[in-house]
Each structure stands twice: as structure tokens, then as C-alpha cells.
Write a protein that binds this ligand. Sequence first.
Ligand SMILES: *Cc1c(COP(=O)(O)O)cnc(C)c1O
Ligand SMILES: [Zn+2]
Length: 416
Amino acid sequence: MTSVIERPAAQFGSASNLVCRECGATYPLGPSHVCELCFGPLEIAYDADLQRLVTRESIASGPATMWRYRGLLPVAPLVDLNVGMTRLVPAPHLARELGMKSLWVKDDSGNPTHSFKDRVVSVAASAAAALGYEVLACASTGNLANAVAAAAANAGLKSVVLIPHDLEAGKVVTTAVYGGTLVAVEGSYDDVNRLCAEVAGELPWAFVNVNVRPFYAEGSKTVGYEIAEQLGWRLPEQVVIPIASGSLLTKVDKAWRELGSLGLVDATPYKVFGAQSAGCAPVSTAFHAGHDVVQPVRPTGIAKSLNIGNPADGPYALDVVRRTGGSIADVGDAEIVDGIQLLARTTGIFAETAGGVTVATLRKLLAAGELDPAAETVILNTGDGLKTLDAVEPVARPTATIAPTLSAFREAGLFE
Ligand SMILES: *Cc1c(COP(=O)(O)O)cnc(C)c1O
Ligand SMILES: [Zn+2]
């Protein structure tokens, strides 16, 4: 087995090398994502001595963005739209409605392009810049398209974004406006992703979720770091996370394990719960069948940002959920719309369909007795409802439409 460990350049922060998640083979840091020996996925490994230089104080003295954790990330902030440090909102009214004791919403709709994807793109785009790429590309279910196009525009890079042709207008317009190349592909996300892997083999482009995916994925750790810091440097007891590729879920867990082993928080136990849409529930299905492998599906349903039928990190998400004692559930389109309305009505947060999936899954897991209503719980809202207006338009209408007179106001029953 070849094992290459090179001294990393300063621009790679505390990262030491790439490591295969399956066989443990190591590779120098660079634009590769697949193990040459076993075809397993590569991930970033860190120099623990360098990571140990990070303290609560050094983090607090950093910027009010995700880059305050740069000592725990694999690259310097070369591309930065002031992403992260989104609000952690207490949700007492939602908690009361669900019979829970303590509930928080980590609201990533507050990012520059209104989803958590700005985090992964900040790291991937910075890595692309460090590695000398001039074109930033991706396959996207929508939110990644926004984030890549905006980050490239800000950094003066070219962007090439490939999306399934049937995405919401709220994701197409909000990508095209940044002026990069936007290609609508007549196929599903999984078709788009396959095409991107082929194109990536032909052109010297940084595909954020293909050849620089190990860097991309680390960006999601910052969700976990922020939750811990915002709770006063401790971990919650339960977290509910939506699953598309499964990367976000696995990286929140990685973040919390790192914080525990670095002594930045007490390594208290937590349970990780996964949320999927019934129209695309391959990880939930595998969980309930007791399988370690994830059988691909053809996605349907309104939660398009989560519609990855062949999730790259599905098996690792299963590992995390099983190791921590959590579980996974999936919810149908009507429940998703109810979930969006419930969150909006009780917190003032307007989530996209993925957030509806998470709230509806929270409710379902509570009803099933799998989530403890007495345990402190954080749920992630990963995107903004303004991008998926069509999902709620039929049920979110004016209470009344009236003539501009007092009698009309009274007749419409608005005095009650
Ligand atoms: C991409 C995305 C997710 C899930 O991301 P994975 O890391 O691929 O599991 C969740 N919510 C929203 C809104 C997304 O765009
Ligand atoms: Zn390997």
C-alpha cells in the first residue's frame, strides 16, 4: 500500500492529507476524491497538533463568519462572501406545540445565497483558488447552483453550473442572474452528476462536489462548530438534519467529535437523526431495512433540493445515525407543506421545502417515540422559503380580499 504524507502548504490550514474512508490509504492534498486502490471516497485528515492550537479564545477573536474556525478547516479563506455564523433561534412556541422541553432552530437561510450551501462552496472555492483553478463548476439540485455562481462572481472566477431542467424558478433565476454559464440538463440530478463526473475528466475545472469534494464537504463542519459555540460551548442532546447526499449529516457529527477530542467542548453524548422526503428516501429505507448499503431510487416530490437518488454519503450517514443511537424517517409532500407552515407560524422562520422535511420529520420521530421530547434538540433549517414559493402558494393566501371600507372589513368577519 502506498502511503504518501507530504508537508502541506500553509494555505491548507491544519489539513495534513487526504485519506480513504474505506481502506485508510493516504494521499497528498489536491484535487482528487477517489481512492486509487479501492475506489472509496477520500476525505480530509488533519494534523492534530496544528488543530490543538485552536482555542475558544482564538475562535472568538476571529471574524463573525464560518472562517472563525479556519484553524479547523483545510484551506485559508481565499473566497469569502461572509458566510456562516447564522442565528441559532430558540423555538419555545414550536416546542410547546410538539410537547418538547427545549428546541432550537439553526437557521442557515441567513447565508448570502440563502442556504447552507454557501458554507461548502466557501471552502471548495477557496481550495479551487489555492490549487490554481479558474473555473468553478458543479452539479446541483438548486441551492448549490446559487452558491457556486455567487461565489465565482465575487472571486472573479468563471462558473459553469449544471442543474436538472425542472428546478424551481426561485433557484434558476437566482443562479442565472450572476452571469455565469448555467446548463439545464434533461434528466434527474443523478444524471447531471454523472455527466459532471465525465466532464470533470476532460476539462481543468474545479467541480466543487466532484474533484474537490473532500474540501467541499469540510465546509459543513462549521454548522456543527457554530451550534456548539452558540450553545455556550456544549453539544445538544439531539439534532435533526435533512439528508440529500448525506454529507451535511456526517460532517456535523465529525465537527462535534473534533470539538470533543480537542477539549473545546465536553464530549457529551448526542443522537443524530436524519430527515428525508418520501419521494426520495433511499437512506431512510436502508435504515429501516437494517441495510449498510443504499439502494438508488428515482426521486419525485416537492423537496427538490434533497432529491439525490444515489447519495454518495448515504452509507456514512447510516453509520453516524446508528453509532449515536438516532434514527431516520421520511415524510410525504403534504406533511412537508404542513411542516413549513408549522415552523413559520411558531417561529417566524420561512423555510424552503427541505426545512419542511426536517420539521415534519421531527414531529414524526416524536410521535414514534424515537426522539426524546425532554432532551435538548436542535433542528437545521438549511434553506429559504422564498426559493420554493410554489410549494406553499396554494395554502398561504390572504385571509380575505375586501373593498377599502370599514363595512367590508366588518362583513369579512375581521372584527372577531
Ligand atoms: C444540499 C442541501 C441539503 C443536504 O445536503 P447534503 O450534504 O447533500 O446531504 C439540505 N438542505 C438543503 C436546502 C440543501 O440544499
Ligand atoms: Zn481506499
